[in-house]
Design a protein around this ligand. Structure first.
Ligand code: FAD
Length: 382
């Protein structure tokens, strides 16, 4: 057994860390306040291969492997929650299903530009105003065949990246009823006539990650924009979300690491009763608990990533890792604010932003309750 990263992985980690420390972290506060998307940094990510991490070289990707993807998303999370979420959604939700289920023509047309940075980013639209956890029973967006085209009608909600994307993979009902084979996935160009991208949602955190509601009004796409097989949309979705959990868990580890580092710095500087608060056992225990939980979550995410990379069953570990890492990030950010006292409640200090950013992670890509459901099913079966 070996817990070390390989030399190549260590090098990748250093390259990504140095990059995000220079280009992403310094702008995190500013873009959180303005809501502006950090295009400058995202364009530069293309040169490092950070936009095509799970895409083969044939289609312009860097194919760095799941462990390196997990490392990169953790580093991004450490630097800026908003930018990290945009790249996590692009990588695992927008690119991964196309890389896995797309035809050669689809990958050449849609995947290559977004993986190389020649185009914009990618998005995945599953959630609807009336359906999140229960996609199987709740999705009402419909796609109907009309000659050589599909016509899509419906509405999506809480979708990350559409306004900064070239295409939005869309889950829609293609058969009557709510059976497992009643839905399919489609590649919908973001500029398709009839697709309305509503103004960015006003959220609690992640202000510089663009989240939108979408309306599809008779959106016509060519028949060959169907992604994967007709009727396999739900299976493809669940498969995509399984792997997506590795990125959201890793992002949460990065957020927690940033909160801990800020708390350590502050605890050493701030004095109360004549000494730095870092000398108080109550503060030390909070820091010790945070460091311990971060280490545990990081190991869980690395294990899930390693299993995925090696083609082994990983969804149980990914669900446990996502559950633990996302709830951990919130606990750590909470403690980091506590250690900062009143200053922690101010938007001038990073811990407030991290706390608000972390709050999404137990909700997106499968809530904590859904992770517990998946884990319980796994341990109770057989
Ligand atoms: C900032 C942000 C970005 C997002 N990005 C995307 C995106 O890019 N693409 C996309 O498709 N979606 C995206 N989402 C949507 C997100 O995935 C959903 O919000 C999430 O899946 C939960 O769905 P819901 O909001 O409809 O809640 P619901 O499913 O209505 O759940 C409400 C509550 O009920 C609980 N619950 C539901 N079912 C059960 C059950 N069986 N047992 C126990 N408890 C249950 C849930 O855990 C939750 O606590 C995003 C959301 C946000 C806020």
């Amino acid at each position: 057994m070996n817990f070390d990263l390989t030399d190549e992985q260590k090098m990748w980690q250093k390259i990504v860390h140095d990059f995000v420390a220079a280009e992403v972290q310094p702008k995190a506060h500013e873009i959180s306040e303005s809501g502006e998307f950090n295009w400058d940094a995202v364009h530069k990510m293309a040169e490092l291969g950070m936009l095509g991490m799970m895409v083969s070289e044939k289609y312009g990707g860097s194919e760095v492997g799941t462990v390196n993807m997990s490392i990169a998303i953790e580093e991004l999370g450490w630097a800026c929650g908003s930018t990290a979420l945009a790249i996590a959604a692009h990588t695992e939700l927008g690119c991964a299903p196309l890389a896995k289920y797309g035809t050669h023509e689809q990958k050449k047309k849609f995947l290559k530009p977004v993986a190389t940075g020649e185009g914009k980013l990618a998005a995945l639209a599953l959630t609807e105003p009336g359906a999140g956890s229960d996609l199987k029973g709740g999705v009402t967006t419909k796609a109907e065949k009309d000659g050589g085209e599909w016509i899509i009608n419906g509405a999506k909600m809480w979708i990350t990246n559409p306004s900064v994307a070239d295409y939005i993979i869309t889950l829609a009902r293609t058969a009557p009823g709510t059976g497992s084979d009643s839905m399919s996935m489609f590649i919908v160009p973001a500029d398709a006539p009839g697709l309305i991208i509503h103004p960015a949602e006003k959220k609690m955190g992640l202000h510089a990650s663009q989240t939108h509601a979408l309306t599809y009004e008779n959106v016509r796409i060519p028949a060959d924009y169907l992604l994967g097989e007709e009727g396999r949309g739900l299976h493809q979705t669940l498969d995509t979300l399984d792997a997506g959990r590795i990125s959201i868990g890793s992002l949460s580890v990065g957020l927690a690491q940033a909160a801990l580092e800020a708390a350590i710095k502050y605890a050493k500087e701030r004095e109360a009763f004549g000494k730095p608060i870092a000398d108080k056992q109550a503060i030390q225990w909070m820091l010790a608990d945070a460091a311990t939980e971060i280490a545990a979550a990081r190991l869980m995410m690395r294990q899930a990533a390693w299993l995925h990379e090696n083609g082994r069953p990983f969804s149980h570990q990914a669900a446990m890792g996502k559950l633990f890492a996302t709830e951990m990030a919130e606990r750590v950010a909470y403690k980091a604010i506590q250690i900062h006292g009143g200053y922690g409640y101010s938007r001038e200090y990073p811990v407030e932003r991290i706390y608000c950013d972390a709050r999404l992670m137990t909700i997106g890509e499968g809530t904590s309750e859904i992770q517990r459901l998946v884990i319980a099913r796994n341990i109770l079966k057989g």
